[in-house]
Design a binder for this molecule. Structure first.
Ligand code: FES
Length: 322
């Protein structure tokens, strides 16, 4: 976890415009200073909305210019209200609080990249393309969307890099053929994929089939397949919140998040399904039982963190830095 991960910043919406029928682009500028925190390709911010909802959006503007952040918000008709609230109520001049940036989808240095983007999944990939260009790396992009007109950044990327970008509108060309895309990659090519579950699952399987899972990096905007709960049921455990100097019991039918928030209502959360990272908390002692899909258990252990919305404990007690 980096220093910026839990930094709260008040921002003003400098621009709010529809860039497709259902995607709104927001440019956010700082209110209390000239600059926003530094960020790197793949990072996202948590946007805290007036209703109290919190939603994550990838930064897709220019990472070398921290006088503003750019995000794109897809209106999700079957969502839980966050994107609709932004589309319906946020305007130029609105002030919002953001947390972050955090980066769980970092671009690792490599001589060559294959980028696969579906729909609004282009947003972190767009920043990665800019970074790959800065590094002088080889790259190519396969970018799928429902229709050509729904593909944010499709025209821009296609015009800037016609030899590297293949736009694949589903209504004309069908889905991205990920099996073909990953079949004959050079040994030093990393694969970065962001988009709907179907694309992530197909890419994961295609990479497994050719033995390059270790070169695949994906980011989810929805819950993946979480491990099943234990056959003999959940067990209660204790949690000590070291900063708050309090120890609580998490009953078998309670989540760690709800117990923590009973005494620390300020603790952030959003998806409650273990994929957004809002509730990521530092573990000081004990062995967490990681259940989310945002990172692997090994990555969490390496970072010393856990997702308290879904994670539980393998040890009778956990100590959190809260
Ligand atoms: S609230 Fe989204 S990962 Fe926990």
């Amino acid at each position: 976890m980096e220093q910026n991960d839990f930094r709260r910043t008040t921002v003003r919406v400098a621009e709010a415009e529809h860039v497709t029928a259902d995607v709104m682009r927001l440019v956010l500028t700082p209110v209390d200073s000239d600059k926003l925190p530094d960020w790197e390709a793949g990072a996202h911010v948590d946007l805290h909305l007036p209703s109290g909802l919190s939603r994550q959006y990838s930064l897709c503007g220019d990472a070398t210019d921290t006088t503003s952040y750019t995000i794109c918000v897809l209106r999700e008709p079957n969502g839980r209200g966050g994107s609709a609230e932004i589309h319906d109520t946020i305007k130029a001049g609105s002030e919002l609080e953001i947390v972050g940036p955090r980066n769980h989808f970092a671009l690792h240095p490599a001589p060559s990249y294959l980028f696969l983007a579906g729909g609004i999944g282009i947003t972190p990939i767009k920043a990665m393309i800019d970074e790959a260009e800065r590094q002088g790396a080889e790259w190519s992009l396969l970018y799928g969307g429902r229709t050509a007109s729904s593909m944010v950044y499709g025209p821009e990327l296609g015009q800037r890099h016609p030899e590297r970008v293949q736009l694949i509108p589903q209504d004309v060309e069908g889905l991205i053929d990920v099996v073909v895309a990953v079949a004959e990659l050079a040994d030093d090519t990393l694969v970065y994929c962001c988009g709907p579950e179907g694309l992530l699952d197909a890419t994961t399987k295609a990479c497994e089939a050719v033995g390059i899972s270790d070169r695949l990096h994906i980011e989810r905007f929805a819950a993946g397949e979480a491990p099943p709960p234990p056959e003999d049921g959940e067990k209660p455990f204790e949690v000590e919140l070291r900063q708050s100097n309090i120890t609580l019991t998490v009953a078998a039918d309670q989540t760690l998040l709800e117990v923590v928030r009973s005494v620390r209502p300020d603790i952030d959360f959003s998806c409650q399904e273990g994929y957004c990272g809002s509730c990521e908390s530092r573990v000081l002692e004990g062995q967490p039982d990681h259940r989310g899909t945002m990172m692997t258990p090994e990555e969490h252990d390496e970072d010393g963190t856990m997702l308290i919305c879904v994670g539980r404990s393998c040890t009778p007690k956990l100590v959190l830095d809260l």
